[in-house]
Ligand binder design. Structure first.
Ligand code: APR
Length: 227
């Protein structure tokens, strides 16, 4: 079975109503990134950080997978499919994709500030001050903040290196180290980019599909299934 790896970013969830970071002029839903998505922000104003992610979590729960998320699931009939996503939403899972690796964490989970292996599902909409892990330390959102290591990076690079087909969708490829993952793909792989706008950096050997994910992905999926 041929292996397809999909590297997805915020753009794939745009048509589900979730705003991309780059579309919001350096502000993310009216917040400055450095105030809400960095370890420094957590030290300075934990309440604001929790509030920001509580709002994002509410939006994610209200959103639904779109035609792009759903079409990618169909690929599993014919291919071994791995989704490597920079997104913190669960729309790939809710669409039905079986193998989803979240590079930047998951908004529906919390984790211990004492032991990063202690990860919990957030049952309610909110995570608040005073909610603690089993060791007694404050829980934080299970998110990789700017300036933090990306724990899944090495495994993601391995997955990309084994791809027969790579699909890069809805990402500006501006945020490292995730953007560097495209460099691990084999020269023999078939490579596609689906994006309505140009992406940062040179992608030699990629076929550029100039379309929104909701149109470009279902078309590409049909083409690959027929091939
Ligand atoms: N279909 C496909 N692509 C789209 C669509 C759409 N409907 N709408 C926008 N895009 C594209 C934009 O052209 C842009 O290239 O999606 C990309 C979004 O880029 P970013 O906002 O930079 O998102 P991403 O690449 O996922 O960002 C990486 O930065 O926001 C942080 O940690 C966060 O994981 C995220 C990381």
């Amino acid at each position: 079975m041929k292996r397809i790896v999909v590297l997805s970013g915020a753009g794939i969830s745009a048509e589900s109503g979730l705003k991309t970071f780059r579309d919001s002029d350096g502000l993310w839903e009216n917040y400055r990134i450095e105030d809400v998505a960095t370890p420094q922000a957590w030290k300075k104003d934990r309440r604001l950080v929790l509030q920001f992610y509580n709002e994002r979590r509410k939006q994610v729960k209200a959103a639904k997978p779109n035609a792009a998320h759903l079409a990618l699931v169909q690929l599993e009939e014919k291919f071994e499919v791995h989704i490597v996503t920079q997104n913190i939403d669960d729309l790939h899972e809710r669409a039905g994709s079986k193998k989803v690796l979240h590079l930047h964490g998951e908004i529906l989970k919390s984790r211990s500030t004492m032991d990063p292996h202690l990860v919990y599902t957030i049952e309610k909409h909110e995570l608040n001050e005073g909610e603690k892990c089993e060791l007694g330390s404050q829980l934080r959102p299970h998110i990789v903040w700017f300036g933090e290591m990306v724990p899944a990076l090495e495994y993601a690079a391995y997955i990309v290196s084994r791809a027969d087909i790579l699909i890069v969708v809805g990402t500006s490829l501006a945020v490292y180290p995730a953007a560097g993952l495209v460099n691990y793909v084999s020269p023999e792989a078939n490579k596609y980019v689906v994006n309505p706008d140009p992406v940062v950096g040179e992608l030699a050997g990629f076929k550029f599909i100039n379309a929104k994910a909701g149109i470009g992905i279902p078309e590409l999926v049909q083409e690959l299934i027929k091939s």
